[in-house]
Ligand binder design. Structure first.
Ligand SMILES: [Zn+2]
Length: 59
């Protein structure tokens, strides 16, 4: 188990990921440089926010 740096909850890094979480993991590595530190829920939430508000990343 790892601890999410965003919400502080423990999560299973080997759990199956949704498409949003996979996209979030990619963004974490490319944009925020914190890949592997966030739980699936935070990755999904951040991905949704990016898709809604930051269209420069939606290429
Ligand atoms: Zn989290």
């Amino acid at each position: 188990m790892k601890t999410c740096t965003m919400c502080g909850k423990e999560y299973d890094e080997n759990a199956a990921q949704s498409e949003y979480a996979q996209a979030g993991e990619w963004l974490a590595g490319e944009v925020w440089k914190d890949s592997g530190k966030l739980c699936q829920l935070c990755l999904e939430n951040r991905t949704r926010l990016v898709m809604m508000y930051d269209h420069e990343l939606n290429r």
